[in-house]
Design a protein around this ligand. Structure first.
Ligand code: F6R
Length: 367
């Protein structure tokens, strides 16, 4: 059942190329210039009338939503707020009939996410669900559903479900942008071509797992570390940090790299590991200066960079991992993979139960 892998988590990490292909299958026009989502019931007119978006979810699914916010805002130019599902209902969110509420849930059964969906509908909003389980409560109750085709996810730590949610956001964001005309067909064709290259690019990353394993073994001796990034890299940093805490029980924090100097830098000591993501070209120089700030306090930095930037970055970091080049907005679908491997190998090095971490359940059906 684990198909030769030692753990479900590792198997599921390796299933991501297939999960990406399956989630895109039948949703890209034959000429590669537009997204097709025939499952959506909402009309083009309805979509054009949406003037705000709330993305609501828990844990890893919320982290996918943070990337989703960047995707929708940059492709469609509609303002997006993201909320922890267990907070959403209690802050009297401003939900109008022109609000689209997007709930994201692998299982489709998370109690807080389901409650947020119901509250949104009660206030007259349309709810779109991104979920991995056909027939789940969330899938049944939402007005529209985009199913991720990641296949069953057994390991408690979510990997392929998260990354397939990213693919769903890319597809939906592009579909919406084409509907309202913020992206023309040739721009869409460029994004779609880059998306179709992602599965092979993930394979390339997986083939370099050994490098990550070595880093994981060295960080497993530490009690605290930091993940830093800017833009979508910050969203991925949060996911990397959660994954590491969840299965290795090593404390870590994700920080927007520019925010470190407003307090957290005090926690960086000689040898503190810092995982720095530098995949956003427009923020690259800024990241380098943030890395310098950590190195000046003795941090030991692993830099995750785009291919082609190795030499330049090597001067500023202790170790490097390069990911294949894609469009800036799509990088999370690649950069999360080394972080998943990092938490997997750290947990393994510490002898923990990778697939069933302590104190956690796969699906949280209490509020
Ligand atoms: C982390 C993890 C959890 C879930 C969260 C939401 O690896 O698995 O953070 O992402 O409990 O679950 P779903 O997506 O089923 O609503």
């Amino acid at each position: 059942e684990k198909a030769g892998f030692d753990h479900f988590m590792l198997k599921e990490i390796h299933e991501q190329p297939k999960a990406y292909r399956d989630t895109m299958l039948g949703r890209i026009s034959e000429d590669g210039r537009s997204v097709e989502l025939p499952e959506l019931k909402m009309t083009a007119e309805q979509l054009k009338g949406i003037n705000r978006v709330h993305i609501v979810a828990c844990g890893t699914a919320l982290h996918a939503g943070l990337v989703g916010k960047n995707v929708i805002e940059s492709l469609v130019r509609v303002p997006v707020e993201t909320d922890v599902a267990s907070e959403y209902r209690y802050r009297s969110p401003i939900i109008t009939p022109d609000t689209l509420v997007i709930v994201v849930s692998q299982s489709g059964e998370t109690a807080d996410t389901l409650a947020a969906l119901r509250e949104a509908q009660r206030c007259g909003a349309r709810v779109l669900a991104i979920t991995n389980v056909v027939g789940s409560s969330v899938a049944r109750e939402a007005d529209d559903v985009i199913i991720t085709l990641a296949g069953p996810e057994i390991a408690v730590a979510s990997t392929k479900a998260y990354s397939s949610q990213l693919i769903a956001f890319f597809l939906f964001g592009l579909y919406w942008a084409q509907t309202v005309g913020t992206q023309d067909d040739s721009a869409a064709a460029q994004v779609l071509a880059a998306m179709q290259a992602l599965p092979e690019q993930v394979e390339k990353i997986l083939a370099q797992a050994e490098t990550i394993k070595e880093v994981a073994e060295s960080i497993s001796h530490h009690s605290s570390l930091f993940f830093i990034g800017r833009g979508v890299d910050y969203a991925v940093a949060m996911e990397g940090s959660l994954k590491l805490k969840e299965i290795s029980y090593i404390h870590s924090e994700a920080y927007a790299a520019g925010e470190l100097k407003h307090g957290t830098l005090a926690l960086i000591e000689e040898g503190t590991p810092v995982i720095a993501l530098l995949t956003q070209e427009d923020l690259y120089e800024k990241m380098l200066s943030n890395i310098k700030e950590t190195k000046a306090r003795g941090a030991h930095v692993l830099g995750i960079v785009n291919e082609g930037h190795e030499q330049e970055t090597a001067k500023s970091v202790d170790r490097l991992f390069a990911i294949p080049r894609t469009l800036p907005l799509l990088t999370p679908a690649l950069s999360v993979v080394p972080l998943q491997l990092l938490s997997y190998y750290a947990s393994l090095a510490l002898g923990h139960d990778v697939d069933k971490p302590r104190n956690l359940a796969k699906s949280v059906t209490v509020e």
